[in-house]
Design a protein around this ligand. Structure first.
Ligand SMILES: Cc1cc2nc3c(=O)[nH]c(=O)nc-3n(C[C@H](O)[C@H](O)[C@H](O)COP(=O)(O)O)c2cc1C
Ligand code: SF4
Length: 792
């Protein structure tokens, strides 16, 4: 028996082994394929109308980082014209590689699965977006939100609606909403309502529109990435007095947003663009438009979609968008399929197309060259508004304004804290800025919310000598106008006709001006000292700045969240920029006097933040820390940010805060002490005692003549460095080289800081206490006019 079995085995062993191996291979393979199919995302596979055996891989809504490669999934979908590329996040080690993609050319008009709303299971989440610079749109948005919420809660389909949310475009991450609909559970469907003003200057609104455009043009993103929305509708606010017709720019930015949204959503305009004139019919038009949007939403909630024949639903030919299409198709390649066509000529259907994006990227991102605009054109309302507030606009982006302390000093009524701390007599000081634009929208900014904002400089740039001549001439003109004012002292008036100092801190961000170094050199060449305040958002410019007499960085909060809330920065990486600026300040602290400027706003950045501020001081080690109570400027912008007089701290509160900060710094072994105060401007100075004390006495004042002599090379500085060949050599000057007189007795901490040679004047009907509690109100201001203060 055994022998027979052995014989049989020898006869048939080859086919048996082969069959067993084949079976094992087949079994393993089928297991693998099943698992692979299951693991792949197939978010669209449940969409009605698509055969369930088709594997569809949704590669979008991810915003692909630089180290992500796109690879063909290797899965064929049997002729279904859908997306077939899987995203594989592959960490590229160290070296960046060109991005590669393999894809296939599909017909441009490939149908995307239409979005279906199932009223039995799905819910509608309306999102009301708005943008507002001077709070008008914000007020309308809030009113709209109220009325709309009432409607959703009372409508017959109320159960289908989630509570509408209102979102300020200034605070959201665009990527969270405008690259793909927000991620939520599968049954939540979004509907966007967008309310926008129009500004014909560069504002934060331009950033939003550019973002929409960039998303559309980004080859990595589908051309209609917001296709998953139920629909959208836009309403614009404009001013027919200044822009009477659409051709003249009435509501032009709302119109632009509407057109980009049509493209990004694959034409899901639920209701036509609405517009309203803020000077006449805005409320009425908005109410009518809201009713129209509500009618459509009622249809959607019943599962009837955007409705046939509704203008903008995508069915009707929309001439505007067709123009758009033609215009762009000539200049732009906007998707992978077209790129493939470019690379290989006519692709043979089905063949994978290898594409190296690094080769073609420039073609993809090329934008038409736009003519540079003026930041504040003479005909603009901003120009008119700033002029009305007392600014003189020089060229198209610089401004100068006479400070109320300059007037006060001319009349012998006292200078600002800069005199007490550093020896700058206010009547010798000019306050100016070469950039009225800024990349923040600080809640306490007195720019009245209408100044241009932006993250990059893209305006006509005026020459530094033109700015210098313009601002000095305008300043002198304003001083001359003071000659007839009662109480002006003749000797001070004569002295004021020679500017000695310039505070580059008026409004806006001075280092935004691309030729700031040239302007600073002209000032120093004219022996005008420079106090430059920057907002810690432009590290590159800060790093390349020539040394100034005193360099300030505004420290408006001690942590990221608080900074976002108070400065409302435009840069997304605002905290990283802020920290980078602190490090730059630290590196440059032996080259110039460096100062932290803290502006305390009760309820925003005071409580619980002492340790956080101490961390920042420890990081940058500035020579000085100026702590100042916020100025209440009473603008609509600050009001809309919730800022009232209640947020202005009393001097006692500022002083208390400074004492706490001083203690915290000492506990860390840092050598700061409270040096001086100017109670009149609610300001206290901490200084590094190892650097700005002489024989135990504070020496915070500046020897300006020595500064200029050092600058001009008439004096040799004492900053030494060891060169590459080991030599210890002088490389420049140090802040210690131009330390001036001792801080006067009356300015020292505890003595109030008012020069006894000046005359203290109290406002009519106001007592001493009241004045000190509300030090920022202009002494000369009329009742109800106490809204601005220009001393910084
Ligand atoms: C500097 C500036 C530029 C403006 N440009 C336009 C414009 O081009 N077209 C228009 O219709 N309205 C224009 N307006 C009017 C504003 O859109 C209108 O005042 C709007 O209500 C402002 O909204 P907001 O307060 O929410 O920022 C402009 C207003 C300002 C101050
Ligand atoms: S940084 Fe200055 S100019 Fe810019 S918004 Fe803030 S306070 Fe205004």
């Amino acid at each position: 028996m055994c022998t027979e079995l052995v014989l049989l085995w020898h006869t048939y062993r080859v086919p048996v082994i082969l069959s067993a191996v084949s079976l094992a291979v087949f079994f393993r393979y089928s297991q693998y394929s099943r698992r692979r199919t299951k693991d792949l995302p197939s978010t669209l596979s449940s969409v009605p109308g698509i055969p369930s055996d088709k594997v569809i891989v949704d590669l979008r809504p991810e915003w692909l980082p630089g180290n992500t490669t796109l690879e063909s999934s290797g899965l064929e979908s049997n002729g279904y014209a859908g997306v077939r590329t899987a995203v594989v996040a592959a960490k590229v080690k160290e070296k960046r590689q060109p991005k590669k993609i393999q894809g296939q050319k599909f017909p441009r008009n490939t149908p995307t699965p239409s979005f279906i709303f199932d009223p039995t299971t799905d819910r509608i989440q309306p999102l009301v977006f708005f943008q507002s610079l001077s709070a008008t749109t914000e007020a309308y948005a809030s009113e709209f939100h109220g009325a709309f919420t009432v409607w959703t809660s009372k409508s017959a389909q109320s159960a289908t609606f989630l509570e509408p949310q209102v979102l300020d475009l200034s605070y959201i991450e665009f990527d969270d909403y405008f690259i793909s609909p927000p991620k939520a559970d599968l049954n939540t469907k979004y509907f966007y309502i967008i309310l926008l003003p129009t500004y014909n200057i560069d504002t934060v609104l331009s950033t939003f529109l550019e973002n929409l455009q960039e998303t559309h043009n980004d080859f990595r993103i589908d051309t209609s990435p917001l296709n998953g929305l139920l629909g959208y509708s836009v309403f614009g606010f404009g001013d027919k007095e200044g822009w009477p017709t659409e051709d003249e720019g009435f509501c032009s930015q709302a119109k632009e947003a509407d057109r980009w949204m049509a493209r990004l959503t694959g034409r899901k305009r639920a209701y036509p663009l609405g517009t309203g004139d803020v000077k006449s019919d805005a409320q009425q038009r908005l109410d009518e438009w809201r009713c129209g949007v509500q009618d459509i939403l009622a249809e959607v909630a019943q599962g009837r979609g955007l409705g046939e024949g509704v203008a903008g639903s995508g069915d009707a030919a929309e001439s505007d968008e067709e123009d758009f299409e033609t215009e762009e198709s000539a200049t732009r390649i906007d998707d992978v399929e077209e790129l493939g066509l470019m690379v290989n000529g006519t692709p043979t259907s089905g063949d994978p197309i290898p594409i190296d994006f690094t080769t073609y990227k420039s073609k993809v991102t090329t934008k038409p060259v736009q003519a540079l605009k003026e930041m504040v054109p003479i005909t603009s309302p901003t120009h008119a508004s700033l002029t009305k507030q007392g600014y003189t606009i020089i060229g198209s982006h610089s401004g100068v304004k006479i400070c109320r302390w300059t007037k006060s000093a001319l009349r012998g009524r006292g200078s600002c804290y800069k005199y007490s701390f550093y020896g700058i007599a206010s009547h010798l000081c000019m306050e100016a800025t070469p950039s009225l634009s800024c990349s923040n929208k600080c809640v306490f900014c007195w720019r009245h919310g209408t100044n241009p904002v932006g993250t990059t400089w893209r305006w006509v740039t005026d020459a530094p000598d033109v700015i210098f001549d313009g601002i000095t001439e305008a300043h002198y003109k304003k001083i001359k106008m003071m000659k007839g004012v009662p109480g002006v002292r003749a000797e001070r008036f004569a002295e004021a006709m020679r500017i000695r100092h310039c505070a580059l801190s008026l409004v806006g961000e001075p280092i935004f001006y691309p030729r700031i170094n040239e302007l600073l050199n002209i000032m120093h060449g004219n022996r005008i000292s420079t106090f430059l305040v920057c907002n810690a958002q432009h590290p590159a410019q800060l790093a390349s700045l020539v040394p100034v007499t005193q360099l300030y960085v505004s420290i408006d909060a001690s942590n990221k969240e608080s900074l976002r809330k108070i400065d409302r920065p435009l840069h997304r990486d605002f905290w990283e920029r802020f920290c980078a600026c602190l490090d730059i300040l630290r590196n440059r602290r032996f080259e110039q006097r460096t100062v932290f400027r803290l502006t305390l706003v009760k309820g925003f950045n005071m409580a619980e933040e002492v340790k956080g501020y101490a961390n920042l001081v420890e990081r940058a080690l500035p020579g000085f820390v100026e702590v100042k109570g916020v100025t209440f400027c009473g603008t609509s912008t600050s009001k809309s940010a919730g800022l009232t007089m209640q947020n202005v701290p009393f001097y006692e509160e500022v002083a208390e805060f400074v004492k706490e900060l001083g203690k915290e710094l000492s506990s860390r072994g840092l050598t700061y002490g409270i040096a001086a105060e100017h109670a009149h401007s609610c300001c206290v100075l901490l200084a590094d005692s190892t650097r700005f004390q002489r024989d135990g006495r504070w020496a915070t004042r500046i020897d300006f003549e020595r500064f200029f002599d050092l600058y001009e090379g008439k004096l040799q500085g004492t900053r030494r460095e060891t060169s590459a060949d080991g030599q210890d050599e002088v490389v420049g000057w140090r802040p210690e080289d131009y330390v001036g007189d001792d801080t006067p007795e009356w300015a020292l901490w505890g003595n109030g800081g008012f020069d006894p040679r000046d005359v203290r004047v109290w406002r009519k009907g106001k007592g001493k206490k009241n004045e000190e509690q509300n030090p920022e109100v202009d002494l000369d201001a009329k009742k109800g006019d106490a809204t601005t203060l220009v001393e910084i």
